[in-house]
Design a protein around this ligand. Structure first.
Ligand code: ADP
Ligand code: MG
Length: 666
């Protein structure tokens, strides 16, 4: 057996266990070894009954004298045993494990590991782990040493996993694939040693050392994958070649109602340079909400148009697709460009001549002929899976691709995960944007805040967003979420008696969504109550107050994105973060929102404080979770990046890496 062998090669692992392993993401022996313990129990102190002290965690080798099932006064089923060694006798208590009596019958020699406590004021071991000692000796595995505890799924206990990992380790051939000098430079143990240390450590230092090596492999793997994707991509040649007519493009830029920021100009130059080439562009454009990404994409679309080719713009929601369609129509009003908004209701024959298609992911499956598409724009890319992206690109031959995101992905993460993409960043906001004044509002100031909001509606003609968090961590709204936002909506109606309120959530039909949104846009409603799922990309300049309930439940980047919904017009805008937390980390995080107005800064801060899963929400597709390493380990990310680049540059130096990564599943 080797690392690539399927898990079913292990004895006694049939289809049922295969399924259970699958749930842990384990398909191969290698996956099994990378299923690292979540913690270790220190059962290494082996002692005798006469030396026991309360609260110590110990291992004793004893003989079962007696054991019975009893019901406690409160009706709990208990297993009470008496055990002995040459130094004395001891009580042992378990709860709700009647089956133990079959294994631990009188006369049996066992090793018990657990914490010393009291029962009826006498010393006892409470719910110890046990292991039958056979006659040959007392070599123990589940007791009497550092014992790993694994992340479990129903039906795969730590004890069982431990045994399987031991069996696999005993028979697997584990080859080192990194050269010695790489290991030395990063102070890493060999792969085989690392796997031993992680699963069968003598002490915690060993476990840590082994973990360090496996973490290195994990991140190196990601780095290599994206570099390989990159070099594969560079093998492509564009189907529809573009010639860049700078002076015509300049005319378009001149026609805009505003002057581009330096950042926009720089990015546009980067993009035009790519678009003129034969290797298709694959670029990620990052920029805060409101930084003006749309116009950058528009310039690219214009370049395609000048060549007689088409552009495809894909937005994550219908609302955003419609908004892009309207915005671009305005931007191109002085030119003869034709846009088509592809919705489920549009018939193919209605389309007519089109220069820019705008739509949602349903574009991927549409029957429209995309063979004249030279430029593809994907907005808010983290919402699209890699697969969807690939499908869309496939549908269009090999076009230039620009993906845009307002998620301020920290540089370290971007360079690792999206290392195959070239990166452009809009670092400045258009002139005249003021900072959104932000306050963390404690519960006792809620009433006061509501009064203030009412006044703002009357005196400043303000419009207000009120965003309620999702109850459960998931990307889509559950019925529970809808109920909760609906009940909050009714509640708010009784607070804002003289104002008009609208309710927007993901379960509304698109036509209803549109209606609610239009009423808000046209100022017919004063307050829009919404869930966070209801996007965020919407542009309503007259909305000047963003109020967020349960703010501590959001990542800072998410809060920052929501905050970006206001402050789009010329009026002073405000963001009110409601939270019950008055101290501690949750509070510190929220307070950072008052001071910082940079999405990148906030994302980095959250990365340090909480880790990336929290920044982006747990279920954001396309964002990789690390099992072993941590995204805040910048040193590791840097070291693996250097090695990955060297592997690509000098493959001869790494003969085993290639075969390894062709087969790898980690
Ligand atoms: P986002 O990056 O969030 O997609 P948009 O492209 O929607 O931002 O731009 C937000 C608003 O800013 C739009 O109304 C757009 O017309 C405007 N805008 C874009 N660039 C500039 C600029 N250089 N100066 C002034 N306003 C701009
Ligand atoms: Mg946008």
């Amino acid at each position: 057996m080797d690392l690539n062998s399927p898990i079913s090669d292990l004895p006694k692992v049939g289809p049922i266990f295969e399924k259970k392993f699958e749930r842990l993401g384990i398909n191969t022996i290698e996956n099994l070894f990378y299923h690292v313990p979540s913690r270790y129990l220190d059962y290494s102190l082996i002692t005798t009954i006469n030396k026991l002290r309360a609260d110590e965690t110990v291992t004793i080798h004893v003989k079962i004298v007696s054991i019975t099932n009893i019901f406690s006064k409160r009706g709990v089923r208990m297993q009470i045993g008496s055990v002995e060694d040459e130094t004395g006798k001891l009580m042992v208590v378990w709860f709700n494990q009647p089956f133990l009596l079959k294994m631990l019958y009188p006369g049996r020699l066992v090793s018990l590991s657990g914490k010393v406590g009291f029962f009826n004021r006498k010393l006892c071991l409470s719910s110890p782990d046990y292991e039958i000692l056979d006659e040959e000796g007392d070599q123990t595995f589940h007791t009497g040493r550092f014992v790993p505890v694994y992340p479990e799924t129903s039906g795969l206990s730590s004890k069982w996993l431990r045994t399987k990992i031991r069996d696999a380790f005993a028979v697997s051939e584990i080859k080192e694939y990194l050269p010695k000098d790489v290991l030395t430079r990063s102070d890493l143990v060999s792969l085989k040693e690392a796997i031993r240390e992680v699963h069968f450590p003598e002490n915690l230092e060993e476990a840590e050392e082994g973990r360090k090596r496996l973490a290195f492999n994990e991140v190196l793997n990601l780095q290599l994958k994206s570099l390989i994707r990159k070099s594969n991509w560079k093998e492509n040649r564009v189907t529809n070649k573009l010639k860049i007519d700078s002076s015509a493009i300049y005319k378009f830029i001149e026609s805009l109602p505003f002057k581009l920021t330096d950042s926009q100009s720089k990015t546009i130059n980067e993009i035009l340079k790519d678009l003129g080439g034969e290797i298709p562009m694959n670029r990620l454009l990052e920029g805060d909400v409101g930084s003006g990404k749309t116009v950058v994409a528009a310039v690219g679309a214009f370049a395609a148009f000048l060549n007689g080719y088409q552009t495809l713009i894909m937005a994550p929601t219908q609302i955003l697709a419609t908004q892009h369609y309207e915005t671009l129509n305005r931007l191109f009003s002085k030119f003869k460009l034709r846009l088509s908004l592809l919705t489920s209701s549009v018939k193919l024959h209605d389309l007519g001549r089109t220069d820019i298609f705008v739509g949602t992911h349903s574009l991927i499956h549409s029957k429209v002929d995309f063979s004249k598409v030279a430029f593809v724009v994907i907005d808010e890319q983290h919402r699209f899976g890699v697969e969807q992206r690939r499908h869309l690109v496939k549908r269009t031959g090999t076009p230039h691709v620009l993906t845009m995101t307002a998620t301020p992905i920290p540089r370290t993460v971007a360079l690792t995960t999206y290392g195959d993409l070239d990166l452009s960043v809009l670092t400045e906001m258009p002139k005249g944007r003021q900072k959104v004044t932000t306050w963390v509002v404690p519960e006792e100031k809620r009433e006061g805040a509501y009064e203030w909001m009412k006044k703002q509606i009357v005196t400043e003609k303000s419009q207000i967003f009120i965003v309620c968090p999702l109850i459960e961590d998931s990307e889509t709204e559950t019925m529970k979420d809808i109920k909760s936002v609906t009940s909050e909506f009714l509640n708010l109606k009784s607070v804002f008696i003289n104002q008009k309120l609208g309710l927007l959530h993901g379960r509304l039909k698109s036509i209803e969504k549109e209606k609610v949104l239009n009423e808000f846009r046209e100022g017919k409603t004063d307050i829009l109550v919404a869930t966070p799922v209801v996007e965020v990309g919407i542009d309503i300049p007259n909305a000047t107050i963003m109020m967020i309930e349960g703010a501590e439940r959001f990542g800072l980047a998410g809060l920052h994105q929501l905050r970006g919904r206001v402050g789009r017009g010329s009026k002073q805008s405000y963001c009110l973060l409601f939270s019950n937390f008055h101290s501690g980390m949750a509070y510190t995080r929220l307070k950072a929102m008052e001071k910082s107005h940079s999405g990148f800064e906030l994302a980095e801060l959250d990365l340090k404080l909480r880790g990336p899963g929290e920044i982006f929400g747990t279920a954001q597709s396309g964002f990789p979770e690390l099992k072993i390493a941590s995204w805040n380990n910048f040193e590791l990310i840097k070291a693996t990046k250097e090695v990955a680049e060297d592997i690509i540059k000098n493959p001869k130096k790494y003969p085993l890496v290639k075969t390894k990564f062709e087969a790898s599943t980690v």
